[in-house]
Design a protein around this ligand. Structure first.
Ligand SMILES: [Mg+2]
Length: 343
């Protein structure tokens, strides 16, 4: 954002704001019959089923503008919703973005936020078809709804896991959580001495994981090419253990996962040690990685066996076998889902 230029939102008004938001959007999907500009968007019929998901992001609860670049926030707001569409094994097509903002925000700040939104819309090939803008007295509120589509038989629910399925996760885990610890620590340092500049250069990977997560649509497209439908799937927003609990409950199964199979980046590990945290606890309970957790039938294993970014962390068991973590010393311990506490 250009520091010298600041236009008050009241000078352009709500209609001006809507014009500003809509000027860089174009519709790519044949199902997007009408986007921004009427009372509602119009989505055409297709032979596909639709998935719809909404997420709210609140300043002070989900993000802190003292260390979150507003462009990244725009990108992240779209990415986390696309991630929920991906978690259904569907392809995202449209998003609506609603924001409530205080007069603390300038037109330039809103423009920068939407630069991030539009960058994500381009990246995930979705149309921005509407939303709402309103005033807020207590910080920035962002609400995004994402719509996606898939053939009925392609949808992966949480409820489809069965005993002996293989449990898979993409990417690596715990990074976004450790990134958040670094950002929070540097903020405290900055608050106690504003002359100190945050030392973030040493942690580029994990702070990036926190500030600019990427929904794993690449994996969803690959699964289509392989003609593979996961028996169950979720995205990891609240932490691996917590998501596994959801699958166990919805599918009425148990799980056994192996400590030595859990994927972790070296920077995540090193930073956890630096913060006196148990790296495995960070991997199991750190939230916001937006990787995919899914289960596959054993017959599908050869299709993914050599995939460089899919890790096989365990298997589904009968419900009475519980939810266990097999440690490096081959001891089975009960999994605990601390999850990501919003309240
Ligand atoms: Mg989810």
């Amino acid at each position: 954002m250009d520091k010298e230029q600041r236009t008050e939102i009241e000078t352009i008004g709500e209609f001006g704001l809507i014009d500003l938001i809509s000027k860089n959007t174009s519709l790519k999907h044949p199902g997007s019959l009408k986007g921004i500009g009427d009372d509602a968007a119009v989505l055409g019929p297709t032979d596909l089923v639709r998935v719809v998901t909404t997420d709210m992001l609140l300043e002070g609860v989900h993000f802190d503008l003292s260390y979150t670049p507003i462009k990244h926030l725009g990108f992240k707001a779209v990415a986390v919703n696309v991630s929920d569409v991906a978690a259904m094994n569907a392809i995202p097509t449209q998003v609506t973005i609603s924001i409530a903002l205080s007069n603390r925000f300038s037109v330039e700040a809103v423009e920068t936020f939407y630069e991030g939104v539009n960058l994500a819309a381009e990246h995930y090939n979705v149309d921005v078809i509407g939303g709402d803008t309103t005033a807020s007295r207590s910080g920035l509120v962002i609400s995004v709804t994402a719509i996606g589509e898939a053939k009925k038989e392609q949808i992966s629910y949480r409820s489809g896991a069965k005993a002996n399925d293989i449990i898979c996760v993409t990417g690596d885990l715990g990074g976004a959580f450790m990134g958040l610890q670094v950002l929070e620590r540097e903020k405290q340092v900055f608050l106690s001495d504003p002359n100190m500049q945050p030392k973030l250069n040493a942690y580029p990977y994990i702070t990036g994981r926190q500030l600019r997560p990427d929904a794993r649509m690449d994996i969803i497209h690959e699964l289509r090419e392989l003609d593979l439908v996961p028996s169950s799937m979720m995205d990891i927003s609240d932490g691996l253990a917590s998501e596994l609990f959801h699958i166990c409950k919805a599918s009425d199964v148990g799980v056994a996962i192996y400590e030595d199979k859990l994927p972790m980046d070296k920077q995540t590990y090193d930073t956890a040690i630096e913060f006196n945290l148990d790296p495995i606890t960070c991997v199991l309970n750190g939230g916001e990685d937006y990787e995919l957790l899914f289960t596959i039938d054993q017959k599908d294993f050869p299709k993914l066996e050599k995939h460089p970014d899919i890790h096989f962390i365990g298997h589904v068991t009968a419900p009475d076998e519980g939810k266990v973590l097999i440690t490096k010393s081959q001891t089975a311990v009960a999994l605990k889902a601390q999850g990501w506490k919003h309240f």
